[in-house]
Design a protein around this ligand. Sequence first.
Ligand SMILES: CC(C)(COP(=O)(O)OP(=O)(O)OC[C@H]1O[C@@H](n2cnc3c(N)ncnc32)[C@H](O)[C@@H]1OP(=O)(O)O)[C@@H](O)C(=O)NCCC(=O)NCCS
Length: 262
Amino acid sequence: MKSVSIALNRVWPTQLRTDRLLLRPVTREDGPLVDELLTDDRVRAHLGGPATQDRVVARQAAYPMTAGAFTVVRVADQRQIGLVTIGADHRCEGRAEISYQLLPAAWGEGLGREAVAAAVSWWTDAVPGGGPLVAVTQKANRSSCRMLEAIGMTVVDELDEHGRQCVYTPAGGQDDSDLRWLRLLAERRDAVERHRGAQARRRARPRPARTFPTTFRRSLPRNWPGCALPATAPTAGSAPAWPITRRTFTWAGHRTARGSPG
Ligand SMILES: CC(C)(COP(=O)(O)OP(=O)(O)OC[C@H]1O[C@@H](n2cnc3c(N)ncnc32)[C@H](O)[C@@H]1OP(=O)(O)O)[C@@H](O)C(=O)NCCC(=O)NCCS
C-alpha cells in the first residue's frame, strides 16, 4: 500500500490529455459531480447501489486531497463528466487499482475507453516505482468488461466480493508488466523473511530470570490484615524490618481475640 502512495505522491499533481478529454486532479469545485456519480442508480448499479449522503460528503472532502484521483473533463464543452482514480489496492500490498465512473449522458461514445486507457498508460509508462495495476469489475458489468478488453486488458483472476468479480491487468507491454509483478513478489518475500527473522530473534533472546521483587513486602497496603504478617513470626525482641503499626501487625491481636494470652 505504501509503495503505491509513495509512487503517486512523487508525480502528483498530474494532468493527462487525450483527443477529447482532459484528466486533471479533483478539486473542491467538483463536489456536484461527485454527488451525481455517487447517487445515480445507473452508475452505481454494479458498485453497491447509491451511496449515503454521509459517504458523499466524505468523498467530496477526500478526493481533492487524494493523489491519483482525476476528474475527467470533456474538452469540447469543458464539462466534468466523470472520475478515474488510481490508488493502492487494499487486497494486495504493492498493487495499484484503477476505478472509473462516467455520468450516463457520456456513455457509449468511447470516452470511458479514452480516459481509462490514458490513465493506465500513464501509470505503466510514466510512474517510476509504481506496482502492477489491476482493474476489478463485476462480471455482470458488461460495459466495464468490454471497455477494459477494448483497451487491451485481460482477465488474470476472479474473486468473490459483492458478487463475482474479474481482475483485469494491462496485457500490452507484457515485459514491463511481468517485471512489476516479479518485483512485487520479491518485495513481499523480503518483507515476510524480515518479519520471520525478527520473530526468531525475539524468541532466541534470553528472558530475564523472574525474581521476586525485594520491595514487594514494603509495597503491600499497610492496613491489609494478613499481608502485613512477616514470613516468620517475630520472636521477642526481634524488630520487624519495615514500619509496622499496631493495626497492621495483628499477629498477637488475633490470638488475643481468640482468647490466647496477649
Ligand atoms: C464503465 C463505463 C466507464 C464505460 O464508459 P463508456 O464511455 O460507456 O465506455 P466506452 O463507450 O468506451 O465503451 C464501452 C463498451 O461497452 C459497450 N457497452 C456500453 N454499454 C453497454 C451495455 N449496457 N451492455 C453491454 N455493453 C455496453 C460499448 O458498446 C463498448 O464496447 P465496444 O467498444 O465493444 O462497442 C461506464 O459505463 C460507467 O461509468 N459505468 C458505471 C460505473 C462503473 O460501473 N464503473 C466500473 C467500476 S469497476
